[in-house]
Design a protein around this ligand. Structure first.
Ligand SMILES: Nc1nc2c(c(=O)[nH]1)N[C@H]1C(S)=C(S)[C@@H](COP(=O)(O)OP(=O)(O)OC[C@H]3O[C@@H](n4cnc5c(=O)[nH]c(N)nc54)[C@H](O)[C@@H]3O)O[C@H]1N2
Ligand SMILES: Nc1nc2c(c(=O)[nH]1)N[C@H]1C(S)=C(S)[C@@H](COP(=O)(O)OP(=O)(O)OC[C@H]3O[C@@H](n4cnc5c(=O)[nH]c(N)nc54)[C@H](O)[C@@H]3O)O[C@H]1N2
Ligand SMILES: [Mo]
Length: 703
């Protein structure tokens, strides 16, 4: 519902109120696991600050007034159609936030609406998150969503780069109760090694933690590959006949001996060599990388090289390695069969020429596309379940330019830092108020599993379901002459509006690999276990000839950029490198209005190593100003030996001071937004993904 771990919940209700939320011990997959975010579902359901009826801005003021759904939808579709008729289809931008992926019905409705809208100005949280993984999958396996999942339950060696599953609960690794799974790994004699610039909660329970310099992962990975090739430890096993490009990778890796990359990675050459040997010697091993390797300047390279490492150690598609799922509702399999694999760079953004990926442009380009006049300028914006002012690089700039839009519609449950700029807020049901199936996350899961739940609570009377609002916008826009003339899409939107996405889900399950149905799932309300991951190659590959491209030219070509930085001076005088930090009682930007989650000591603090503090004459608890090229924020300092020297860390999703009266709990715990510091010009130049990690900043006592 709001988390990739898909934990089963045991919820008790009285009338339309939740009286208790616990972990569901009968769920075969999550076995009772739960975290504080799930318990907070009840706070959000009952939150008096939630938007419970459509709101329309009064003139140009900051005030909103209630408006009927009919009037709201008529206004929105008229205005949007008029803008498209006058300025062209691409004058409307669409931004899809992270919770879109957590609702199967929104996930099914959105692509239709996006198609009907027919704009190239599509954006989403993908380009501040997993885009590099998707690019690597597209280039190597032929489909952007063929993402290999670490088989944590069977591996004997888990190498984690840039992920903190003990706090995040696992990402692109749906693994409820991950702490238990990691304990089991170690109990059966396996090893857990975590590579992170901070001794994270996960690093703290690992056999070994290696501090890495932010952005150093691609260097480390090339060093590991160098050793494997140089020492003849490459063993593709049964993958050998499916793999192209091994020689190219060998030639590349030859240029990066550990001694050459060690300083840049911040890890000793001997340790790199030893790590490569350990990986090769383990009965099974898997390298797993997540947000920390994606949101950096070499995210695409790191994501690619992680897959390469798993292939050349023979660990792709083998038990205990990195495997592909067999989901009960297999959207990727279906899309592959229909020839829809994803694409990259087919068009470019107008101002900076950044590449589209899967039909979306990097969100780092959104503000400049609104701000820069000329043909193709963005005039209107529709957001669904997104808060880009707090979640995208240089979000402050976006916050400044949103008021320049001719029109903005936000489909959201809150009036927050982003949606407050809308002309119209369309509120939706949430969480326990709708039926639920984890369409996206069972495809990214460490075991094959399935569970469907019916709604437990009635939504507030003034809201509609996300999918209804999304489809009504698409259908209405089309009726008013906006969007793209595409009868097929309009027909599909009308059919889904009439029959409901539930029917589509049922069909996906029936025709899926496990031949399930909603009826079968209804008989198993705690969910069904469909067994461990299975070998799926080569049949699951979507590439021509079902081959694995180990060295796609685009990825290989980016190594030049990495090499060019190898010897460049990395850090300026007095500068520190900023990284992020996820927190257990926080979920990106939008759960801070739950008193249960935000109580306790201030969470939005800057972590710094005591040596760096001493050098600046700073002490624990000082209020400091953190400054980057684009902005400055003031936050309290927290000293800790757990962060690497030269690195500082600030969590994201905070900065609620602007939510004047509309998020009454969050504003008392406002904090500051790290994305007032992150730079919209600092990207992974290959993929267009945000380059949050390793941002140069200076820190001084706040004046
Ligand atoms: N409680 C909670 N859970 C969440 C979320 C949340 O906000 N709160 N968000 C959800 C979402 S949307 C996602 S995508 C997932 C993310 O899931 P994860 O990726 O597991 O979560 P992060 O905590 O961001 O982990 C990234 C780690 O990378 C490290 N890091 C930073 N820079 C570098 C680098 O250059 N190299 C390396 N090797 N490491 C680096 C950071 O210190 C951090 O420990 O979490 C999800 N779960
Ligand atoms: N510096 C830095 N920035 C980051 C990250 C980082 O690690 N560091 N992490 C990035 C990552 S991984 C992600 S995924 C993005 C997230 O970026 P976004 O998706 O833009 O932001 P969220 O904070 O998830 O905001 C979700 C919005 O959806 C609304 N919402 C919640 N549930 C529903 C629902 O059911 N229906 C509707 N209609 N609305 C709903 C909330 O009110 C909120 O406005 O942030 C990214 N930003
Ligand atoms: Mo994310």
């Amino acid at each position: 519902m709001l988390c990739e771990a898909v934990c089963g919940l045991a919820v008790e209700t009285e009338g339309n109120e939740v009286t208790s939320i616990r972990g569901d011990e009968h769920d075969p997959f999550s076995r009772g696991h739960i975290c504080p975010k799930a318990v907070a579902l009840r706070d959000l359901h009952a939150d008096p600050d939630r938007v419970r009826e459509p709101l329309r801005r009064v003139g140009t003021s900051d005030r909103f007034e209630p408006v009927s759904w009919d009037d709201a939808l008529a206004e929105a579709t008229e205005k949007l159609a008029a803008i498209q008729k006058r300025h062209g289809r691409h004058a409307i931008a669409l931004y899809l936030g992270n919770p879109t992926v957590h609702s199967y019905s929104a996930l099914l409705a959105v692509p239709l609406m996006a198609k009907a809208l027919g704009t190239h100005a599509r954006f989403s949280a993908t380009s501040v998150d997993q885009l590099p993984h998707m690019l690597a999958a597209l280039e190597m396996f032929g489909h952007q969503l063929l993402l290999p999942i670490p088989d944590v339950d069977r591996t004997s060696f888990l190498l984690v780069l840039g992920a903190n599953p003990l706090v995040s609960n696992g990402s692109i690794m749906t693994a409820p109760g991950i702490a238990r799974r990691l304990e089991a790994l170690r109990a059966r004699g396996g090893r857990l090694v975590v590579v992170d610039p901070r001794r994270s909660e996960t690093a703290a329970v690992a056999d070994e933690h290696l501090f890495i310099r932010p952005g150093g992962d691609a260097y480390l990975l090339l060093g590991l590959l160098h050793v494997l090739f140089a020492e003849g430890r490459v063993a593709l096993g049964r993958l050998a006949p499916m793999v192209d490009g091994l020689d190219e990778v060998r030639a590349l890796a030859a240029r990066f001996p550990p001694a050459r990359v060690a300083a840049r990675a911040g890890i000793d050459a001997e340790r790199i060599t030893k790590l490569a040997r350990e990986l090769a010697a383990a009965p099974s091993a898997v390298c797993y990388g997540r947000v920390g390797v994606c949101t950096q300047e070499f995210g695409g390279l790191a994501a690619w090289l992680i897959n390469v490492l798993n292939v050349v150690t023979g660990n792709l598609d083998r038990a205990g390695g990195a495997m592909f799922t067999t989901p009960a509702a297999d959207l990727v399999g279906l899309a592959s069969r229909l020839g829809e694999r994803g694409h990259f760079g087919v068009w470019k953004s107008r101002v900076r020429g950044l590449p589209e990926f899967g039909g979306e442009l990097p969100v780092a380009a959104l503000a400049e596309e609104i701000e820069t006049p000329g043909e193709g300028q963005i005039r209107a914006l529709v957001t669904h379940a997104g808060n880009p002012v707090l979640s995208t690089p240089n979000g402050a700039r976006l916050g400044r330019v949103l008021p320049q839009l001719d029109y903005m519609v936000a489909i959201d449950i809150y009036r927050n830092e982003t949606t407050r700029h809308a002309h119209l807020i369309l509120p939706t049901s949430f969480g326990l108020e709708r039926d639920h199936y984890d369409l996206a996350f069972y495809a990214l899961s460490v075991r094959n599993a399935a569970r469907y739940v019916t709604p437990l609570l009635a939504p507030p009377p003034g809201v509609r379901h996300d999918w209804q609002v999304i489809l009504d916008l698409g259908i209405g826009l089309h009726a008013r002459g906006g969007g793209r003339r595409d009868r097929g899409v309009v027909w599909m939107m009308r059919a889904m509006r009439a029959l409901g996405p539930r029917r589509v889900l049922d069909l996906l399950l029936r025709f899926g690999p496990h031949k399930l149905s909603l009826k079968k799932l209804a008989a198993a309300p705690h969910g069904v276990d469909l067994g461990p991951l299975e070998e799926r190659l080569p049949s699951a590959l979507a590439s021509d000839g079902r081959r694995i491209a180990l060295a796609p030219p685009r990825l290989r070509g980016d190594v030049k950029r990495l090499e060019a930085q190898l010897d460049a001076a990395a850090v300026g005088e007095g500068e520190l490198l900023l990284i992020g930090r996820r927190q257990l009682r926080s979920n990106n930007s939008w759960m801070h209005n739950s008193a249960r989650l935000v109580k306790g000591p201030e969470a939005c603090t800057l972590l710094m190593h005591p040596d760096d503090a001493r050098a600046r004459g700073l002490s624990d608890g000082d209020r400091v100003q953190v400054r980057s090229r684009v902005g400055a924020v003031a936050v309290p300092l927290a000293l800790s030996p757990d962060i690497a020297v030269g690195v500082v860390s600030l969590p994201h999703g905070w900065g609620h001071a602007a939510a004047n009266g509309t998020l009454r709990v969050a504003q008392t715990r406002a904090g500051a937004s790290i994305n007032d510091l992150t730079d919209d010009q600092r990207l992974d130049a290959l993929s267009g993904n945000a380059g949050f990690s390793g941002l140069p900043v200076t820190v001084a006592r706040a004046g």
